[in-house]
Ligand binder design. Sequence first.
Ligand code: PEP
Ligand code: MN
Length: 347
Amino acid sequence: MVIVMKSGATEEQIQTVCSTIEEHGLSTLLMPGSVMAVGIPSAIPADLREPLAQKLQILPGVSQVTHVSRSYKLASREFHPSDTVVRVGEVEIGADAFTVMAGPCSIEGYEQMKAAAEAVKACGAVVLRGGAFKPRTSPYSFQGLAEEGLRIMQQVGKEVGIYTVSEVMSPDMVETVGRYVDILQIGARSMQNFPLLIEAGKSSKPVLLKRGPAATLDEFLLAAEYVLSNGNPDVILCERGVVPLDRTYTRNTLDLAAIPVLKEQTHLPVIVDPSHGVGVAKYVPAMSCAALVAGADGLLVEVHPDPRHALSDAAQTVDTDAFSEMMASLRRFAAMVGKRMSERVRA
Ligand code: PEP
Ligand code: MN
């Protein structure tokens, strides 16, 4: 339930709304905006819903009481009608901005990260990606450089002047990864790692949450709800492809329809990972432009200075020339659909 206050409602009137709700053992959440709103993020017992709504509706300063029909509350547009803009320094993710995060699948070493960071920044990316803790299907594949990788990423991020995103795989590592990077990534395989979502919810760092390969959109939004309901409002959703009917030509099926659907159901920014979404480098530019036109707020894309020698996901990784061309196309499409490419980077 959301209780929207009249403009000019007093502190005391807002407080009365909160205490009326809390008397019933329910928690409240203040949502400042153009007008103040008070939310009840948890489920309300069915027999209390109507009587409580009626009681609140007649309190002084209350403009409107709305029921949130979705199982996810904080993530829903009913609860929070305006777009959430996640801020990383002066970079904005959401609303009219289109934000490109790019870099290798894995952090392999200082030289590779430095070259990748300089190239993607020169092309207009504002966040550097790279995994230090890699969720690999086989235990014999390259597992990432762990904390040493994060140290490299932090150093490169500062030297080049670009923000950073990297995956955290376990709840006990949220604090450590958060010390090195600007955005915590929760990978597709971890979308329903509930202890991890809860811990990320307690972090002060924005969370980039990837959709599970077989997750419905409601399951995806409920995973986001875990982060939001634990106190972290800065969640970026990432569509990265779902289990395909046919793996002959693509690794996953990039669910582009998820973009307008999510944008309607939630206020959270929605970005797209075309690299894991299709798994084939030559299809990445087309899918990136399609994502922008479909309404995405940005991209997470794998770019490597020497993709053929990448230690992971070489087949889906574009080189810096292809990335540069792709960014030029994205700029043209952004102008057509009235999106602004995020350009400000770390000083
Ligand atoms: C990644 O982006 O590094 C990654 C492992 O992707 P996903 O979790 O979508 O498989
Ligand atoms: Mn990868």
